[in-house]
Design a protein around this ligand. Sequence first.
Ligand SMILES: O=C(O)CCC(=O)C1=CC=C[C@@H](O)[C@@H]1C(=O)O
Ligand SMILES: [Mg+2]
Length: 320
Amino acid sequence: MLSKYKFSFRPIARKFVRSLVTSHGIWEVREAIILRLTDTTGKVGWGEIAPISWFGSETLAQALYFCRQLPEEITQETIFSIPDDLPACQFGFESALEAMGNGEDVTITNAQFSALLPAGEAALHQWRRLWEEGYRTFKWKIAVGEISEELRIFDLLTQNLPTSAKLRLDANGGLSYPEAHLWLQACDNLPVEVEFIEQPLPVEQFSQMLELSEAYPTAIALDESVANLKQLATCYAQGWRDVFVVKPAIAGSPSRLRQFCQQHKIDAVFSSVFETAIARKASLQLAAELSRDNRAVGFGVNHFFYQEAENWLQSLWNNP
Ligand SMILES: O=C(O)CCC(=O)C1=CC=C[C@@H](O)[C@@H]1C(=O)O
Ligand SMILES: [Mg+2]
């Protein structure tokens, strides 16, 4: 007999402490849906649906509509038949199911996280505190300001970072092809390692990124191009063997993601979607299982939010 689960959910909205500026624009509030599954023995599994529609996942409205049309009691079949155009829902429901297995919390030191630096000149003033907190890998957003100004800041940053630091640049698809060449040339022969340039060009310029990945020593990481399982498989089939940024919470079914990463042994860097502790735990468990070449995980973003009150989750269900 198929297991049945009582299902309930709550939409949430949390304001960033400091808005997130990328080439996609300014992100002020992180909205998501927290869901709870309770099995017939009373065991509870928490899940989180955290869409990023401008990354190619469903919208929050589509996820809310899906949750609202579900009955109060669902089965595993309900969960494993969530359509592929709802990847954040696939992740949220399936990881709630897996959470009932009470997977251990993954212990990761700050040295294994990548810390996200603010865009622009502010990065020059932020990295030291994070270094003192134990971070050794830093990600900096580019293609936000004017390229000559960003290259000037980049020069100062690479001259001031300790030589054992690693730096990731994330353009969010905002560079032109000539600008991508300029950045890759600027990454050569530096005192610190530029681990990769993330999504230098828009998704539709895959062939140019494939060419760049073969033309320079600095690696290229696809992110927006591989946001969900279908895109991951497509880029792999088209010959991508450089770095894949995997955002588990919007990629889709965790079991299918696990199968893809294990089958193809991709060079994956796991990345946050600015989720709460619920999706963070599920994502870090996948990262611990599937990361290769001990790449730092892009979850050093908790300084973008106020620390969550311990009992905030329960309070969501206190006032039905
Ligand atoms: O990957 C990381 O290091 C942190 C998360 C991060 O950079 C992002 C999360 C979600 C959307 C984007 O703004 C951004 C990214 O493009 O990777
Ligand atoms: Mg990115």
